[in-house]
Write a protein that binds this ligand. Structure first.
Ligand code: ADP
Ligand code: MG
Length: 286
């Protein structure tokens, strides 16, 4: 197939001349009819560039389509993040691995491939406050969205209100809730508040339904032995919850210094010589 330069197409009258703004306007309308909004918006600028840089027709089309695809993808990610209620900001690249040596960069990068989500597995991040549990979880959940997975982010205390409100719903109605249907559900700050028996049962209903169907990422400052206390004092139920979550889960046990105290440590001295008793006193019991 013969490929013309855009200049030649214009000279031979095959394409409308760039100065013929009316024709560009008509093409822009056709692009809009195809819902190619960004291509329509950028058309005039792209035509001007294509003439200046002597693109052939294939190059022009390629550039127009590439711009549209890139922009649609950006829009999809922005909307999905908004719908997920994921906080914006924490990423893998702005996580300071040097500050937190107990976190293996290669392990996080491996999780960032999202294979665990494809396999409907869970991750559990545990450790004291400020060590980056929420940061890393948000970063991984954002990667999940970029990879096309649906995500729902909840702080457990706030989420319990919704679970209580949904308590009377049948499973057939419940399964349309985002916390049931999303590919990945993030449950941030599990264990800060103790649940009563009814709440623990509602929690179990979700974990049980999602088991093998979808992924869960949990952050907690509580060790596994404290889970029965969090889950209404019910040892059997806690065992059933843990059994489902930990089955082929990745557990990241982060033991280190709170990033929130980084500046304090700088003031007090280097991390090696920092007054850890002050830092611990501020951190409080975990
Ligand atoms: P946790 O959930 O473990 O209590 P967060 O993830 O909320 O801790 O971290 C507290 C704050 O410190 C957040 O603003 C987070 O972005 C930041 N932070 C924690 N660890 C790191 C790190 N290693 N590198 C960069 N920022 C960090
Ligand atoms: Mg947190």
């Amino acid at each position: 197939m013969k490929i013309y330069s855009t200049r030649k197409l214009f000279v031979e009258g095959i394409l409308p001349k760039p100065s013929a703004t009316q024709d560009i306007g008509a093409l822009a309308e056709r692009l809009k009819a195809l819902r190619l909004w960004f291509a329509a918006e950028q058309l005039a600028e792209l035509v001007t560039r294509s003439v200046k840089e002597c693109w052939n027709s294939a190059q022009f089309l390629d550039e127009l389509v590439r711009l549209e695809i890139e922009r649609q993808e950006e829009r999809r990610v922005t909307q999905a993040i908004r719908i997920s209620h994921l906080p914006v900001g924490p990423t893998i690249s702005n996580f300071d691995f040097a500050y937190q040596p107990s976190v293996s960069r290669s392990r996080i990068e491996s999780l960032a491939t999202c294979q665990w989500i494809r396999d409907n597995q869970c991750i559990l991040l545990q450790g004291p406050p400020g060590v980056g549990k929420t940061h890393l979880t948000i970063a991984l959940a954002t990667r999940a969205i970029q990879n096309g997975f649906s995500v729902a982010f909840y702080r457990v205390d706030e989420w319990m209100h919704q679970l209580r409100a949904d308590a009377m719903l049948e499973l057939s109605q419940l399964k349309h809730r985002k916390y049931m249907s999303s590919n990945l559900v993030v449950l941030d700050e599990f264990g800060y508040q103790l649940m009563n028996r009814e709440e623990a049962n509602l929690f179990f209903r979700v974990i049980n339904y999602r088991y093998g169907k979808g992924s869960i990422a949990i952050t907690t400052n509580k060790g596994i032995t404290a889970w029965p206390e969090v889950l209404g004092g019910d040892e059997v139920l806690a065992g059933a919850v843990l059994d489902r979550i930990l089955h082929s889960a990745t557990v990241l046990n982060i033991q280190g210094r709170s990033y929130r105290l980084k500046d304090l440590e700088t003031t007090l001295g280097s991390p090696q010589t920092a007054n850890h008793s002050s830092a611990e006193a501020l951190t409080g019991p975990v």
